[in-house]
Design a protein around this ligand. Sequence first.
Ligand code: HEM
Length: 520
Amino acid sequence: MENDIKDDMTLTNRQGHPISDNQNIRTIGSRGPSTLENYHFIEKISHFDRERIPERVVHARGAGAHGYFEAYGKVGDEAVSKYTRAKLFQEEGKQTPVFVRFSTVVHGGHSPETLRDPRGFAVKFYTEDGNWDLVGNNLKIFFIRDPLKFPDMVHSFKPDPVTNLSDPERMFDFLSGTPEATHMVTFLFSPWGIPANYRQMQGSGVNTYKWVNKDGEAMLVKYHWEPLKHGIKNLRQNEADAIQGMNTSHATQDLYEAIERGDYPEWELSVQLMTDDEHTELDYDPLDPTKLWDQAQFPFLPVGKMVLDRNPENYFAEVEQAAFGTGVLVDGLDFSDDKLLQGRTFSYSDTQRYRVGTNYLQLPINAPNAPVATNQRDGQMTLMVDSAHGQSPHVNYEPSTLGGLKEAPPEGKEHQPAYDAKLVRQKLERPNDFKQAGETFRQFEDWERDELIHNLVDALKVCAPQIQETMVGYFTQADADYGKRVADGLAKASVDTSHIASVSLREGAEMAEHSGQKTD
Ligand code: HEM
């Protein structure tokens, strides 16, 4: 952010007029009425009336920080150039400035940061080739694999449109029709669904991307951030409840204060690489974001580390107006055919044109450090003309012989995947919705499994029987013990609460009798 604070402390309006009275509006006599030409007041109040922009439709609650990424110049033990020509990774010690925004997903801008929810982990790299955004979460997988389901999923997770209350029954109603979410639900209802803070959590790109080398050859790649200094810490539900009773912004506070006292959080970035094909030998598709790639087969290869060492100067200007998107890649990085990734890529810049405005990329937090020279012009809130030195101001089109912009020479050979298939609506062929959920359940520590069962029972006990049955069926297919423990917990919960239900029904009937209403 450019610091444009002036030394002169005189209060002015936005036209630069010094303000000599900021206490009293102009009125006819001291008791009014007021007059319409109160320019200072009308400007001040009408700007205030417009202080808010729409919240992010998801991930509204967040905190951000600046820092840098430092490359190792290698991927594991090999030269990184073998796999990608992206410049930020090539040289050992090369630093690239970054801005990171952490977030929770479902609830609004001031919701408690203790909620059970994936955490967003979005990184903007201001590289010499323009910006690269790696828009990830703390968990390494996702609920769904087809972007068509995203709006329904989010509706079911957000509060009921009538009562405005969160309702696990709506969420599990959706999830019971979405078996591919079983693995994500297993993580989310375990302590991994409530990271203790933003500094002690992992990050992951979740989707499969590609790395492209100078010969245009591609590898499939997944990205992972591991916290370097203080390890990973997750919370039990009762620990989260206790924090929430005292502080609804504990994660923002933790991040801000750590950076202020010089305890800069650090993460190491690793990649998993796979050759760019269907991998029919695997029991899942590498393009399926509901799946982990087995680390024994596809090891984590470190490529660099990130340090966050500077707090924003202004929350709104930087954190609220920051706009990340999965389409924002630099040369040497590419999309894979992961359908969820392709759906996301449309959604981010679409929502940002609405949320922040057409010229959101001219804001300092979103503008690249690399030069910008386009022929895109005008629109609301145009701050500058994105032109090059030497570009004729008359030529806002290309091609031109009269001093216009020219296309860049190619950086390397283009990656050109070939396709031969019918245009269809079909899901991936190896859905394998439950196996990895079972593996994850068995890999948890005992206390994590106990928490998972407790949290699932607590949420499912208010759900309709058909939803409970379907969910128990999914957990059983993942792991017989998993399903049995949830089923046993639900049976016990229904015995425990049956007297409460009958009391309240009875009370309800009595109240209705008093008020003259009829009950069935
Ligand atoms: C934010 C859409 C899946 C991570 C958002 C926003 C939208 C969106 C519209 C608000 C952006 C803004 O207002 O600036 C989608 C769609 C998805 C999807 C359509 C699937 C089809 C995912 C997945 C991840 C993810 C799989 C994790 C890898 C994030 C993060 C943010 C975000 C971290 C907040 C970025 C920030 O801090 O500004 N998403 N999303 N999303 N999404 Fe997604």
